[in-house]
Ligand binder design. Structure first.
Ligand code: ZN
Length: 540
């Protein structure tokens, strides 16, 4: 399969047509750093992309078409009184108190929990800080302030027309030259832009891509999936394929998860011709990318509240809409899953009450029964804290049957990331994410928890669908920006996770486990050529 140069030129130039239409101009922002040309200075490029958009979609989006969807300039000021704090909470008792305050008083929004600390946004800091400090034990009375100026941090994640310093010091890590050159990845993109961009990709690479809707969100938006796979003629009619599923955007505010899924998608397509490892992977596997599983929540973060996490589905409590999609799946849903509708981790009133989780599960099951799809791997991208988590999430008391292989591959993914960018990701069981310590009187290995882990997506895909290599990846960073990771991290994060995805594929291709998966394999993987082996070895 050869890419036509003209097609590639169009492809590289095109996405900015849509992106430009939605850029907003925060008036108060400091405009420093390297100025990047956004394409307007190159009439030929602009003509190419305008023509191509019109050829594929009819009339091009005009600025005015998106006016109603413009970002509300007050979106950042909404949180002007809030601050983000880091509590050095290490004991169960410390974490329990924080959890209780969060539940009872609703002045904290927990951002992340690790063994060493708990990050949380404090609402109306001036008003609630004194009361909060009174409730805390002495050991927690001096929290570190992670983000003091939330409005600026929020603004800094939105696109602007004049570019910020792309290529600045934070990009000193090894990055893909093509990724840097593609303006689509210069900024986070809106739902409508990502949808147009995916349609365009499908139109330009029809022989090995397919875009579908897996269902509708609560507010009626399509949840799009994008399949990439190089099938031969026999397989073209949708024959049985081993498939890796990559999802992002389960939580609205985790924009880096969505941008990373689009980066992986784009990289796999454009590397097919150049990278034997990617070619081999796409010859053997389909990869299905779902960049935004929670389109209502994602859109809400662009229009109303940048820090929204859940879906937008109605609940039985009028002023507390939304469900946590990562607590909404049907496997062990009830375990540790008792948060009410106002909680950020509310997983609905019953398994699959949350429509988006239900649509994904329904679609995935249909893929296996109607198309013969065999889900062998699942990567669910989130942020933040740089962690690679494997099943089970709902409990630490039960170990997954292929625990050692999950750990081995998890460590391999972390290594691939570290070799790519130097960033350290920790590898652990998902159940550990919210665990304080092993309770002394508990000899069966179960642990006390700060937050429930039932109904997670990785547990469901692992246990119910047989995706033996299921991971949740919590991407950058480790707290400097948290969910408000500036856009100059899009390419470096995409690049390091691309290396992890290649390692993932390499692992599966190398029979490092694929034969141990109890699927009736339709054909054994072909042996890599000498050149491919060389390539694989070099990358190890
Ligand atoms: Zn998340």
């Amino acid at each position: 399969m050869r890419l036509q140069p003209v097609a590639l030129a169009l492809f590289l130039a095109l996405p900015t047509a849509d992106a430009a239409a939605t850029w907003i101009e925060p008036s108060h922002r400091h405009q420093g750093g390297l100025q990047l040309n956004n394409g307007h200075g190159y009439p030929i490029l602009r003509w190419l992309r305008d023509s191509a958009v019109e050829a594929f979609f009819g009339k091009r989006l005009k600025d005015g078409d998106l006016e109603n969807a413009e970002t509300n300039p007050d979106i950042a000021m909404k949180h002007r009184d809030d601050i983000v704090l880091r509590f050095n909470a290490t004991t169960f008792e410390e974490k329990r108190i924080l959890a209780e305050i969060t539940k009872e008083f609703q002045v904290l929004d927990i951002w992340t929990i690790s063994h060493e600390y708990v990050d949380a946004r404090l609402f109306h800091a001036e008003r609630f800080m004194p009361a909060l400090l009174k409730m805390l034990p002495d050991s927690l009375k001096k929290p570190e302030i992670l983000i003091y100026d939330l409005p600026s941090a929020i603004w800094a994640t939105f696109p602007e027309k004049t570019s910020k310093g792309f290529g600045s010091s934070s990009l000193s890590v090894r990055t893909s030259r093509e990724g840097m050159g593609n303006l689509f990845f210069k900024d986070y993109q809106r739902l409508s832009v990502i949808t147009s961009w995916m349609r365009l990709l499908e139109a330009m690479f029809p022989s090995f891509t397919e875009m579908t809707s897996i269902g509708k969100s609560f507010e009626g938006r399509d949840i799009h999936a994008f399949r990439v796979g190089a099938r031969d003629e026999e397989e073209a009619e949708g024959g049985s394929r081993k498939t890796i599923l990559v999802t992002g955007g389960l939580h609205g505010r985790e924009w880096i998860s969505t941008s990373t899924v689009t980066y992986l998608m784009w990289s796999m397509i454009t590397a097919y011709d150049k990278d034997p490892m990617v070619a081999k992977l796409l010859d053997e596997f389909d990869i299905i990318f779902i960049p935004i599983l929670n389109p209502d929540g994602y859109e809400y973060t662009w229009q109303t509240d940048r820090l929204w996490r859940k879906s937008r589905q109605e609940t039985n409590t009028e002023h507390c809409p939304g469900m946590d999609l990562d607590h909404a799946f049907g496997y062990e849903w009830a375990t540790n899953n008792n948060a009410g509708p106002c909680s950020e981790s509310y997983g609905g009133d019953s398994p699959f009450h949350a429509i988006e989780a239900s649509e994904l599960a329904h679609w995935a099951r249909n893929q296996t029964t109607q198309r013969g799809v065999k889900f062998v791997g699942f990567l669910d991208l989130h942020s933040y804290s740089q962690q690679i988590l494997f099943p089970y999430s709902y409990t630490c008391a039960t170990q997954p049957p292929n625990l050692e292989t999950l750990m081995e591959l998890g460590v391999g993914l972390a290594k691939a990331i570290r070799l790519s960018s130097g960033e350290a990701y920790t590898v652990t069981s998902a159940c550990e994410g919210a665990v304080a310590y092993r309770s002394k009187d508990n000899s069966d290995g179960s642990r006390e928890r700060m937050e429930g882990g039932g109904g997670s997506a990785i547990d469901w895909f692992y246990h119910e669908l047989g995706a033996k290599y299921s991971y949740q990846l919590k991407l950058r960073d480790t707290g400097s920006y948290g969910f408000l990771l500036p856009p100059n991290h899009i390419v470096p994060t995409g690049e390091e996770v691309l290396n992890a995805l290649k390692y993932f594929g390499d692992f599966l291709l190398g029979n490092n486990g694929i034969e141990k998966v109890s699927f009736e394999s339709p054909k054994s993987p072909k042996s890599p050529s000498a050149g491919q082996w060389r390539d694989l070895k070099r990358r190890r």
